[in-house]
Design a protein around this ligand. Structure first.
Ligand SMILES: C[S@@+](CC[C@H](N)C(=O)[O-])C[C@H]1O[C@@H](n2cnc3c(N)ncnc32)[C@H](O)[C@@H]1O
Length: 232
C-alpha cells in the first residue's frame, strides 16, 4: 500500500503526462487506438440497452465507436485527466456521461453498470487489487469486465516496460497473462477468457474478459442464454 503522500505524487505524474499528451493524443496514437478499440469491440457482448462504463476513457475514442454501433446503450466514461476529458466532451457531446475520477475510487453507485471496459489503462494503476474491487462493486451481478492492455508475455513489451518504468513516472507496470488471471480471480471475478495477440511488430496485447458472481453452474446458464462463447 502507498502512503497518501506517495500516492498523490504518483497521481500527479499521471496527470502531468496526460495534460501534456491530451492535445496531440488522438493524432499521435491514432492507429494504436483504432487497433485496440477494434480488437476490444470485437470481444464484447452486451444487450442493446446495456449500461456501459469506459474506465480511463481518455479522449473518448472508444466511447465514440460504441455510440455509433450501439445507439441504445447508455454510455459513461471516467478519467482522472481534465485535459483528456475535455477532448472527450468535445467529441461526444451528450452521447456519454463523463466524470472525472480514478479506477481506485469509481464515482458510480454499487451494481449500476452492466459492462466495464478498460483499454490501455491497467499499466498505470498503482493498486490493481483496489481498482478491481471497485470495478466489482460497480458491476451488477453477472456483469462483465473487459480489460485490454499490453502483455508482458511479449518480449518487445517487456523491453518497453523496462524503459517506461525507468524513464516515465506515470507508467507503473505490465502483466503476464497468468498474473492478470490471478489478479482477476483474487478480486472475486470469474475469468471467462484471456486472449493474447499482436497489433503490430511492437505491441502485444491481451484482452481479458471476466464476470462478477459467475459460479460454475451459472456459467453454463449464461452460455446457453446466448452469451459469448468461450474460445479455446
Ligand atoms: C493510454 S490512455 C488510454 C485512453 C483510452 N482508454 C484509449 O483507449 O484511448 C490512458 C488513460 O488512462 C487514464 N488513467 C491513468 N491512470 C488511471 C487510473 N488510475 N484510473 C483511471 N484512469 C487512469 C489516463 O488519464 C489516460 O486518459
Amino acid at each position: 500500500m502507498w502512503s497518501p503522500e506517495k500516492r498523490d505524487n504518483l497521481r500527479r505524474a499521471v496527470l502531468a503526462e496526460y495534460a501534456r499528451l491530451a492535445p496531440h493524443y488522438d493524432r499521435r496514437w491514432f492507429s494504436y487506438v483504432a487497433a485496440t478499440s477494434r480488437e476490444t469491440l470485437r470481444r464484447l457482448s452486451f444487450e442493446p440497452t446495456a449500461r456501459l462504463l469506459d474506465l480511463g476513457c481518455g479522449t473518448g475514442a472508444f466511447l465514440s465507436a460504441l455510440a455509433l454501433s450501439n445507439p441504445g446503450a447508455s454510455l459513461g466514461g471516467v478519467d482522472p485527466s481534465p485535459q483528456m476529458l475535455a477532448v472527450a466532451r468535445k467529441r461526444l457531446g451528450r452521447l456519454a456521461t463523463l466524470i472525472r475520477g480514478w479506477a481506485e475510487a469509481i464515482p458510480f453507485a454499487d451494481e449500476s453498470v452492466d459492462l466495464i471496459v478498460c483499454c490501455s489503462v491497467f499499466h498505470y494503476i498503482r493498486n490493481p487489487s483496489v481498482a478491481l474491487k471497485e470495478m466489482t462493486r460497480v458491476l451488477r451481478p453477472l456483469g462483465t469486465l473487459v480489460i485490454t492492455d499490453w502483455c508482458a508475455d511479449y518480449r518487445a513489451c517487456r523491453i518497453c516496460d523496462f524503459f517506461l518504468r525507468t524513464f516515465n513516472r506515470a507508467h507503473f507496470r505490465m502483466y503476464h497473462e497468468r498474473e492478470c488471471h490471478a489478479l482477476l480471480e483474487a478480486s472475486g471475478l470469474t475469468v471467462i477468457d484471456i486472449e493474447r495477440y499482436k497489433i503490430n511488430w511492437l505491441w502485444g496485447l491481451m484482452t481479458a474478459t471476466a464476470q462478477k458472481g459467475f459460479g460454475p453452474y451459472q456459467k453454463y446458464d449464461r452460455l446457453s442464454c446466448g452469451g459469448r462463447e468461450r474460445r479455446g
